[in-house]
Design a protein around this ligand. Structure first.
Ligand code: ADP
Ligand code: MG
Length: 256
C-alpha cells in the first residue's frame, strides 16, 4: 500500500435498519497519525458509522478499508469475498474501540482487564502482557490502581482503564464513541488529557465527540454529519469557526 493511502478509508457506506436509511453513503478517510473528530446531532448516524467501520454492523453498500484491508471481506483477483465472523474478529483486533460506557469486566481487577485481551486473543505470554499492561496503566496515570476493581474507580478512571485496555491490543486505529459523555463534568478533562497524549504520540484516531474545545485543538480534521450524510469536512478552525453549511451553523449555535 502506498504510504499516502489513508489508514482508514470508507467509501459510500450505506446502512439501513428496516425502512430507515441511517447512513446514506458516507465517505470518510483518516490518514496514519491523524485525528479526525466526527461531530453531529444525536441520531445523525455517528455511532452506527463507527460500528460499520469495524463490521459490528454489516453494511448495505460501500466499503471500508483499514490499512489497505477490506473489512469483512477478502480481496482476491480483484474480487471481494465475504469473511466469516471468526476472520472478521481477527481484523477487528487491529481496531481499538472506546465507548461512552466503559464496559470493563466488573469481577476482574484493573490489571486483569488490561491483560485479558492480549493473552487470550493475541496469545501474548502472561508475564509480558502484565508488563505491557503496567506500562499502559502508567501512561493513563493509573499504575497505582492496578489491583483495584472497576467499582472502586471513578468514571474518569474507568474510562482511562478502558483506553489502556484497547491500547493493549496494539491497534492500528482507535475509535472513540463519545468517551466523555457519561462522565461528570469534573472528570472529562483527565480522559481528554489521555486522548491528547495519544494523539501527540501519533495514534490514528476517529473520535465522535461533543467536546468542541478538544476537536479544535486535537483534530487534524473535523467531519460534520447530519441525517446519515456528511455535511461538511475540513480543518477544525474552518469548520467550527466559519462553517459553510447552514446545517453545521445551526448545530454549532446549539453546542458552542
Ligand atoms: P448518533 O450516534 O449520531 O446519535 P446513531 O448511529 O446511534 O446516531 O443512530 C442513527 C439512527 O439509527 C437513529 O435514528 C437510531 O434510532 C437508528 N438506529 C441505530 N441503531 C439501530 C438499530 N440497531 N436498530 C434500529 N435503528 C437503529
Ligand atoms: Mg451515538
Amino acid at each position: 500500500m502506498p504510504s499516502e493511502d489513508p489508514l482508514l478509508r470508507a467509501v459510500g457506506v450505506r446502512k439501513r435498519f428496516g425502512s430507515a436509511e441511517v447512513l446514506r453513503g458516507i465517505d470518510l478517510s483518516v490518514r496514519k497519525g491523524q485525528v479526525v473528530c466526527l461531530l453531529g446531532p444525536s441520531g445523525a448516524g455517528k455511532s452506527t458509522f463507527l460500528r460499520c467501520v469495524n463490521h459490528l454492523e454489516p453494511i448495505d453498500g460501500g466499503q471500508v478499508w483499514v490499512d489497505g484491508e477490506p473489512i469483512g471481506f477478502r480481496e482476491r483477483h480483484g474480487k471481494l469475498y465475504e469473511l466469516r465472523e471468526r476472520e472478521v474478529a481477527k481484523q477487528r483486533r487491529d481496531i481499538g474501540m472506546v465507548f461512552q460506557r466503559f464496559n470493563l469486566f466488573a469481577h476482574r481487577s484493573v490489571l486483569q482487564n488490561v491483560v485479558e485481551g492480549p493473552v487470550r486473543v493475541r496469545g501474548i505470554e502472561p508475564d509480558q502482557a502484565r508488563e505491557t499492561a503496567m506500562a499502559l496503566l502508567d501512561r493513563v496515570g493509573l499504575a497505582d490502581r492496578a489491583g483495584d476493581y472497576p467499582a472502586q474507580l471513578s468514571g474518569g478512571q474507568q474510562q482511562r482503564v478502558a483506553i489502556a485496555r484497547a491500547l493493549a491490543m496494539r491497534p492500528k486505529l482507535m475509535l472513540f464513541d463519545e468517551p466523555t459523555s457519561a462522565l461528570d463534568p469534573e472528570l472529562v478533562g483527565e480522559v481528554l488529557e489521555v486522548m491528547r497524549g495519544l494523539a501527540e504520540d501519533g495514534m490514528t484516531m476517529l473520535v465522535v465527540t461533543h467536546e468542541m474545545a478538544f476537536a479544535k485543538e486535537a483534530a487534524d480534521e473535523v467531519v460534520f454529519m447530519a441525517d446519515g450524510a456528511v455535511v461538511e469536512t475540513g480543518p477544525p478552525a474552518r469548520v467550527l469557526g466559519d462553517p459553510r453549511e447552514q446545517r453545521t451553523r445551526q448545530f454549532l449555535a446549539r453546542v458552542l
